[in-house]
Design a binder for this molecule. Structure first.
Ligand SMILES: [Zn+2]
Length: 124
């Protein structure tokens, strides 16, 4: 199982994407060649699990976004008065759909933020 994370070199302070695999024996800075022993299997596993969770959160955020879009579409159709008529106030169902779509959108943003929050910056 390969793990990708951000790493900062302790020699040249360059930040880069590190691609780590179990077979790798050491982490090498592509800029200055500084090398340290690679992470042990346990650390690799816990990072892999964490990243899998983030990927799942990313999917949840995407689904919530689709829900928000669908609710907003529902609002648009309900807010449109039938031909020849005019709404003086928005029907309650339209307001409800608008409110729900905003909530779903905010939830999608919140989950998306959690999914994209990269806590793995390793210094080596
Ligand atoms: Zn370096």
């Amino acid at each position: 199982m390969a793990v990708v994370m951000r790493g900062t070199c302790s020699e040249c302070y360059q930040t880069m994407e590190l691609m780590l695999t179990e077979k790798q024996k050491e982490i090498v800075c592509p800029v200055c060649g500084h090398a340290v022993p690679a992470l042990d299997a346990k650390a690799m596993e816990s990072i892999g699990k964490e990243q899998a969770k983030r990927r799942m959160l990313g999917v949840v955020a995407f689904v919530l976004f689709l829900v928000a879009a669908a609710l907003f579409y529902g609002f648009v159709t309900k807010a449109e008065p039938p031909a020849g008529q005019q709404f003086t106030v928005l029907p309650g169902v339209a307001k409800g759909l608008l409110g729900a779509s905003i909530v779903a959108l905010l939830a999608a943003m919140g989950v998306g933020f959690m999914a994209s929050n990269r806590s793995y910056v390793c210094e080596f």
